[in-house]
Design a binder for this molecule. Sequence first.
Ligand code: HEM
Length: 180
Amino acid sequence: MKGILLLGGFDYIVTQFGEKPLKEAQKKCHLRKMILPFSDVDEESIKCLINELSINLGLSSKEIMEKVGYYWTLKKAPEFYPQFYEKYNRSVREFLINLNYIHKVVVENVVSSKKLNPPEFEVIREEKNYILLRYISKRNMIHVAIGAIKGLGQYFKEDIKVVKQSDDTMLVHFIQNLSS
Ligand code: HEM
């Protein structure tokens, strides 16, 4: 996976818990000292890192993934990729409908990398007050997606609920639309 998402996660961990737990986990997982936004980080190291942090911080790996996803879309992605937030600035719904396009553009703009393998999202059902989404990826990181959507809710100041329905589906409920 690309270093950029990981760097966002590192930033979150250091901001919340200081440098020590991160440094310890990096050492245990033999992670290269310097990770750049476009570095390729192997999937096993990422799994190892999540496990180690989970032990050190007393959080479940699901909680860690959700928090990292939340921080990514609320704080880091707007900083790294403001273009998407300017283009899809109407609502969480609009952003989600364009999620595959967003990931595709990011991938297309990474020069000389064959390793990018971003997740895909299928809209299974869409109604006025909700969207049912399927998360498609071999990485098993639906909890990053759940956190990322919650982060978008906070970014757009919308009252939303994200409920995991199965290992690969989640319901995004637009609460504020109920009253309109
Ligand atoms: C401007 C917003 C966003 C940008 C620029 C972005 C970009 C990226 C990038 C570069 C990766 C790493 C891909 C790789 O190395 O193969 C990634 C992974 C991921 N993204 Fe996004 N993303 C954005 C928003 C979102 C949102 C809103 C969601 C929630 C549905 C999401 C869900 C994920 C997940 C779950 C992964 C982990 C990899 C996987 O599951 O396969 N992203 N994203």
